[in-house]
Design a protein around this ligand. Structure first.
Ligand SMILES: [Zn+2]
Length: 223
């Protein structure tokens, strides 16, 4: 075997030699050659460097992959946090709105309206007042005539002239008693079949949320 041939063979084996997977006799042969051949010794050094370089790169890639994974996890957490805090904010704002609305309406909550028939007599009016006083002698009773309701409506809807003209020709409103009392439910029950009472209404049964939805619905339909 001439020197050049031997170099070729050794260089083909260098990678396996470095990996340590050669048969003992082949390994000895390569080792012996390298000891005397500068060229192949240099080639082996280059291969070692290449391998080292590759390993470094692999490690860097692994590190980058790891960082990417962590980043993804952090992003998912961030998004979740944003969603949760947005929902919380909405819930809080909604509740604040509900209770502001409830506070605004509170004054009306203790009030109770008894709508009166158009053909009610003075005696029937007196009788209704008596029924109220019998149940709650501290009740504040105020009579509101249909003319007063019309005046109130005219003020509220002064821009709607056509409507007001119609109302003035034929007043569609009912006179009512407005009663401030703590015994609304009892009164409602008692007044159900009393002559002259058309119907009764109160806001007392509404919880703050129902009240809020009612207010919103009213605003939407009045537009
Ligand atoms: Zn050689």
């Amino acid at each position: 075997m001439n020197k050049e041939n031997e170099c070729e063979i050794v260089q083909d084996l260098l990678l396996n030699y470095e990996d340590g997977v050669l048969h003992k006799s082949t390994e000895d042969f390569v080792k012996k050659h390298i000891a005397t051949c500068e060229n192949c010794k240099r080639r082996l050094k280059e291969i070692k460097q290449d391998i080292e370089h590759m390993q470094e790169q692999e490690e860097q890639e692994k590190e980058i992959d790891y960082l990417k994974k962590i980043n993804k996890k952090i992003n998912v957490k961030k998004i979740l946090l944003i969603i949760i805090s947005t929902m919380l904010a909405i819930i809080i704002i909604l509740n604040v709105a509900v209770f502001i609305n409830y506070n605004n309406m509170k004054e009306q909550l203790g009030n109770f309206k008894i709508f009166l028939s158009d053909d009610i007599t003075n005696e029937e009016l007196k009788n209704i007042e008596e029924v109220i006083k019998n149940i709650d002698d501290k009740a504040e009773i105020q009579y509101v005539s249909k003319e007063e309701v019309l005046d109130e409506t005219k003020e509220k809807f002064s821009s709607k002239e056509n409507l007001i003209e119609q109302y003035e020709q034929n007043n569609p409103f009912m006179a009512y008693y407005i009663v401030k009392t703590d015994f609304i439910e009892k009164l409602q029950e008692e007044l159900k079949d009393v002559k002259g009472v058309s119907n009764t209404s109160s806001l007392i049964h509404l919880n703050p949320y129902e009240l809020f939805i009612g207010t919103i619905a009213k605003k939407l339909t009045s537009k």
